[in-house]
Design a binder for this molecule. Structure first.
Ligand code: PLP
Length: 385
């Protein structure tokens, strides 16, 4: 049975060209970019080329890109780093209730260190109201961090509007763009952000490498000390294969974003329509149109998302409940709860996320398998009568 992979939001396969570009940096081109001889120079050149490619994906310049060990570290560096750098001027941070755990975690950590955090509510589609951002700003606010697109429900935030408010109030603005980079248009100038997090493994690059865009003159305190790599923002010998892979993935996807998005949004709407036609009592989570091209997230009344996922797996279909990062927890999705879904519907959610190699016939397989699975689970559900 051919497997159908519909969890591109959790991670993507490394594309062939990326793997090929990385290979030399795992053996013959092993130089440390901090050394002076030719091995080092070769590594340095490759690293700077990758930096230019990563920068170009979000319309920034290579001098503003700091490589990190992934998206999680980029979010930690942005949030803790900026908050600590500005500690002298204020101790208030604004975020939203639907952020990724790698944003919420650093916010909780700052709270323990005496910072005050405002977690803004969202509407039923998962959107932050820019007016709420405006009202939450105080004299001691130093940072606003709101994600670009949500990893669970795909909703895209009104980021430029929020950035304008941040700018007017002289507050740093960070965004986690890890789900949007390469999949929709992302431009640090148009969005007018100060800090923006990226990760390679969501755009067909390797895991364990990410980047933080830091606008010139924005102050960030490093999390790691002990070396002058990455402009002293991030000590430690660079992950050369990862960096070269990230650069290649960024360069390739930059020219494909528009075409991929157009193809995937059609497939997305096709799958949503088929599921609505064949399964009663399901609800689309997230905004109907302001959402990521490859994201479908539904709540299925009277069943558990986990059971649906396991049954789909038996049919060779890989999907997710909530987000990949919370599969081991029994808590319902914090994103769906913040959007006003009750606990039962939050538990009964299923995310099908598509990518570059998703075909229509794979979606047909899902649309054929799912009604039967839901029917059987409902038959044994004490909630269903
Ligand atoms: C995947 C993801 C992250 C974490 O990135 P890693 O590189 O896996 O650490 C952070 N935020 C969002 C929105 C994500 O989708």
């Amino acid at each position: 049975m051919e497997r159908v992979y519909l969890d591109y939001a959790a991670t993507t396969p490394v594309r062939h060209e990326v793997f090929e570009a990385m290979k030399p940096y795992l053996n013959e081109a092993f130089g440390n970019p901090s050394t002076l001889y030719s091995y080092g120079e070769e590594a340095r050149d490759a690293m700077e080329e990758a930096r230019r490619d990563v920068a170009a994906l979000v319309n920034s310049t290579s001098g503003d890109i700091v490589f990190t060990s992934g998206g999680t570290e980029a979010n930690n560096l942005a949030i803790k780093g900026a908050a600590l750098a500005l500690q002298g001027t204020g101790n208030h941070v604004i975020t939203s209730a639907v952020e990724h755990h790698s944003v919420l975690g650093p916010c909780h950590s700052l709270e323990r260190q005496g910072f005050e955090i405002t977690y803004l509510p969202v509407d039923c589609y998962g959107r932050v109201d820019p007016d709420d951002v405006k009202k939450a700003i105080k004299g001691k606010t130093v940072l606003i961090t709101i994600m670009h697109a949500n990893n669970e429900v795909g909703t895209i935030q009104p980021l430029a509007h929020i950035a304008k408010i941040a700018r007017e109030n002289n507050v740093y603005f960070h965004t986690d763009a890890i789900q949007s980079q390469g999949h929709i248009h992302v431009n640090v100038e148009e969005l007018d952000v100060d800090l923006l997090s990226m990760s390679a493994h969501k755009i067909y690059g390797p895991k364990g490498i990410g980047a933080l865009y830091v606008r010139k003159d924005v102050k960030v305190t490093p999390l790691l000390d002990g070396g002058e790599q990455e402009g002293s923002y991030r000590a430690g010998t660079e992950n050369m294969p990862g960096i070269v892979g990230f650069g290649t993935a960024a360069r390739l996807i930059k020219n494909e974003t528009g075409a991929d998005a157009a193809r995937l949004s059609k497939l997305r709407d096709y799958l949503i329509a088929r599921l609505h036609d064949s399964i009663p009592d399901i609800y689309l989570n997230g905004h109907p149109s302001d959402r990521l091209p490859g994201n479908v997230n539904i709540s299925i009344d009277f069943v558990e998302g986990d059971s649906v996922c396991l049954d789909l797996d038996l049919e060779g279909i890989c999907a997710a409940t909530g987000s990949a990062c919370t599969t081991s927890s029994i808590e319902p999705s914090h994103v769906l709860l913040a959007m006003g879904r009750n606990k039962e519907l939050a538990h009964g959610s299923l995310r099908l996320s598509m990518g570059k190699w998703t075909k229509k016939d794979e979606l047909d397989r899902v649309a054929e398998a799912l009604p039967g699975i839901v029917y059987r689970l409902r038959e044994i559900s004490p909630l269903y009568k």
